[in-house]
Design a protein around this ligand. Structure first.
Ligand code: NAD
Ligand code: ZN
Length: 363
């Protein structure tokens, strides 16, 4: 399957399917990625032993010279230190302006390598080769970033890839916790845009968790397609695109105070989506909206309560550093119904305190 992200002269295809790693070289050539310039493959130390050699050999067989940089797996790789190390690899590897930077891995590698691609020599071609379920989201849309210890994704850019090559076979080696966490963003795409797809996620929970090929491919294609539609309408997040941040205001705060280790991104935003639904209920929405959100996420084994040990003040403090905080008011994405959200800019810190307490009681 191929989807197109329509962004004028920055449009690009998303290839989704089985066995695509073995076609990487051909597809790179088809998209005119330079064979004269070295290609930098960025990956992590979980993914490298599984797939790096295959990608290197496949590109080399097609006439590409490759340089690889393996970083330590985990969110901590989205740091200035690791960014520096990848830049060093790019310079030592002799990359030039026509060189492609390839992200082979999950959202962490995608965001890190993408930020390198955006900044190396003021920007070089970028290719996403996602290997996690979560990366159906992160590999599309061109947002790339690293973290600051005080705030998530604070240092970044918009840099669209030349193409996304999503080989779903790679998902078979994912740890179970990563499968659940990745499906969190899939459910999000239903919750913000498509009630029918949200319901489908609920009906196919077990098949998705079991990575049933047909079910998974459909879900990933739908997720990518929703993301692509939203991004096509608002590449730079001047308005609509912000709906993709459902659950992320609180989610990012939880990630930051957890030291980027306690919660996986998908887990943190799951709690954040439950919290957003509860804020909406406290503002008058039907309680069924919260109940249904929790039922959907809970079905995937995702957390929807606030762990007792998390200090309220620290959560609020971390939210203040978020990019979505303006003049003592929080910009929040709140559900209106399943499949529909609104962006509100007048959420008071007090409302957030209240749901933090309420969600602790649910635990
Ligand atoms: P990740 O990249 O850390 O991958 C999860 C774990 O799975 C890692 O340990 C990784 O080594 C391992 N792994 C990856 N592929 C594997 C495979 N095929 N087999 C076995 N193990 C594998 O995390 P993620 O959940 O993919 O991405 C989360 C990140 O994505 C967060 O930093 C989040 O902020 C970012 N994100 C970015 C965007 C965006 O638009 N740029 C959107 C959503 C999320
Ligand atoms: Zn996310």
């Amino acid at each position: 399957r191929t989807l197109q992200v329509d962004l004028g002269d920055r449009s690009y295809p998303i290839y989704i399917g089985s066995g695509l790693l073995n076609e990487a070289g051909l597809i790179f050539a088809k998209h005119q990625l330079s064979k004269k310039s070295p290609v930098l493959i960025v990956t992590d130390d979980h993914v490298a032993p599984l797939y790096l050699k295959r990608v290197e050999e496949n590109l080399q067989a097609e006439g590409y010279r490759t340089v690889s940089k393996v970083v330590k797996a985990g969110e901590k790789a989205k740091s200035l230190d690791v960014f520096h190390d990848v830049m060093t690899a790019a310079i030592e590897g002799g990359l030039d302006r026509r060189s492609a930077v390839v992200a082979l891995g999950g959202g962490v590698v995608g965001d890190l390598a993408g930020f390198v691609a955006a900044t190396y020599m003021r920007g070089v071609p970028f290719v996403q080769m996602p290997t996690t379920i979560l990366a159906h989201d992160s590999s599309v849309g061109g947002k790339v970033a690293i973290n600051h210890p005080l705030a998530k994704n604070m240092i970044g850019a918009f840099h669209q890839p030349e193409l996304v090559l999503y080989d779903v076979d790679t998902l078979r080696t994912l740890p179970e916790r990563e499968i659940r966490a990745g499906l969190s963003e899939m459910v999000k795409h239903g919750l913000i845009w498509d009630a029918e797809f949200a319901a489908w996620c609920g009906e196919n929970t077990d098949r998705l968790l079991a990575l049933d090929p047909e079910t998974l491919s459909y879900g990933l294609t739908m997720g990518c397609s929703i993301k692509a539609q939203v991004v096509s309408q608002d590449e730079r997040e001047l308005g609509l695109r912000a709906i993709l941040n459902l659950g992320h205001t609180i989610g990012h705060a939880l990630e930051a105070i957890g030291g980027y280790g306690e919660f996986l991104h998908g887990e943190a935003i799951s709690i954040g989506m439950a919290a957003s639904a509860l804020i909406a209920v406290n503002r008058g929405a039907d309680r069924a909206l919260y109940a249904e959100t929790v039922r959907l996420l809970g079905g995937f084994g995702l957390p929807t309560v606030m762990p007792e040990h998390l200090d309220e003040e620290r959560i609020i403090g971390a939210m203040m550093h978020d990019k979505k905080f303006k003049e003592q008011q929080l910009v929040f994405v709140l559900p209106v119904a399943i499949g529909q959200v609104e962006i509100v800019s007048d959420v008071k810190v007090e409302e957030v305190r209240r749901v933090i307490r309420e969600l602790k009681k649910e635990g």
